[in-house]
Design a protein around this ligand. Sequence first.
Ligand code: NCD
Ligand code: ZN
Ligand code: ZN
Length: 338
Amino acid sequence: MQEFLIDSALDMHLHLRDGDMLKLVGPLTSKTFSAALVMPNLVPPVTTKEALLAYKERILEACKEDEFDPKMTLFFKNDYSYEFLKDVKDEIIAIKLYPAGITTNSETGVASMDVEVLRPTLESMSKLGIPLCIHGETNGFVMDREKEFMPIYESIASSFPDLKVIMEHITTKDAVEMLDKYDNLYATVTLHHLLITLDDVAGGMLNPHLFCKPIAKRPEDRSALLKAALSGHSKLMFGSDSAPHPKHKKECCGCAAGVFTSPIALQVLVELFEKNKKLENLNSFVSLNAQKIYNYKPKEKKIKLIKKEFIVPAEYSYENEKVVPMFAGESLAWSIEG
Ligand SMILES: NC(=O)N[C@@H](CC(=O)O)C(=O)O
Ligand SMILES: [Zn+2]
Ligand SMILES: [Zn+2]
């Protein structure tokens, strides 16, 4: 295979940030992706209609060279009223729930994951048909945080059978197995979690550019994720979780969590699916599954990938912002035409 067409690629978990960082990374997604689900963990987080619409405008301005549809999300709060959610419903694709303090910019997330505490907002979302995306980690031992969160996914999915619940950036075999237990449970998986284990992060020289939440897990977890993605599992969507942090906040003591993958994601996915002889399932993974789950029809945008070397830039920059992508300085087998 020398070329491959991706039809309306969707990134269902993306951090676009704001200011100069948005101007830097926005076009690196909008060039190739048709649409993306934009995470609300700005500082302060996106919790009002005004903030949401203003942020969307800034994204469209940063990406104005391309046809691109930013699908917006709100940061989950326990005190959103039904009226507020009804009013904002048509402007959002989902609401994102963060347990307080569990990841980057989640300090104002929920203090308790008790279903009874979350019930009022979840009931409104369920009635209004607003999907719920969750960063599912406890504050337990770092390798066990996602596994320990499984009973919480179960209690939300079973208490609200009409609510679509998306387990974001899953990293474990346990989460893959959970997908088939509840009709209303779905997941995103990142590119990096299909490729790396904890060994790549900390098994040799520490690699801060691969440090993210949830941390990459064991080989058997990666195998389970890869198997599900390659099979085109209909409840699993691609969500890059491309999470840019300034270079000086990654290459330092107290490194920020997040892997920046937007500019290399499609090239590496094609290579991965080709290598495993599963190219026929790639369009399901990067577009069709999400279209069905979110009931969303993107504008058509065909991207041609060709088997031609692409040397990944050592860094991308705009004004004073610098960000280092995954595979910086390395050679990839596939590139994007044009
Ligand atoms: N994944 C990460 O390690 N970081 C994300 C937040 C998140 O998705 O949890 C970020 O915003 O930097
Ligand atoms: Zn997260
Ligand atoms: Zn994220």
